[in-house]
Design a protein around this ligand. Sequence first.
Ligand code: SF4
Length: 282
Amino acid sequence: MEIKEIAAKSVLTPSKLPGVDFVVNPYISCGFACTYCYATFMARYVGKTANDWGKFVFVKENAPEVLKEELAKLKNKGAGKSILFSSVTDPYQGAESKYKITQKCLEVLADFGFSGQVGILTKSNLVLRDADTFKKLKDVEVGLTIITTDDKISRYFEKYAPAASLRLEALKKLNEEGIKTYVFVGPLLPHFVAEEEKLEKLFKEISETGNKGLFVEHINLSKYILERLERETKDLDKSTTAKFYESKQKPYRDRLDEIVVKLVKKYNLKLRSGSTIYHRGS
Ligand code: SF4
């Protein structure tokens, strides 16, 4: 793994994501190296290729200072605005244990008195380290991506991310600490159509942590994502791979949607986007 410290020119990036005004990405690339990663296109902006994704991490070492300058330009301490950590990297990947860029940026937000909403999205239980920092923020919500309860499956698809069971434990602890949370179930694994009980186990365990809100997203099989997935999962048996292709068909997704709606109701969860998210053309 190549780790390099770099100086960022800007940190608070305007965003077109629904409900998100700005994103902060403290790192370029991501050591978790998920097989289905959607962010690999970012590699080309730093002279790397999508194949290099996960094998290098650039650390925006000056991000806290730059963020401080950018926040000063916001009106009314950012009232009504939202900032997401992060959209094209994981803010709590391995490098964060050492560099603490995410933590320092959150401290900058707290010291500034940012009055908008701060959202976190991660696959790491390292997020627990910052529980005290979260409590200093006016409005914060911590999201964990969890796609399975099976650690072998999470290890397979999310190679270097902490196991799913550790994320579920982190979710429970955050709820015990009174920190607002949500779960991102994405990608929704296509095999849940045939193995509904496995999705049921996931929703049941999520509800047992005290978490209520959920985003559920169908797998995005855009060309560049599919290429990576095929390259990284060559050893997967054919019947499983076939399910991925099948999930491109609407009737298949409709079946998954029905299961999601049923289980959300059964476990008293709340589907935050109203329905399962699907990227048209994927
Ligand atoms: S954690 Fe997110 S950004 Fe990192 S490799 Fe996985 S999908 Fe990509």
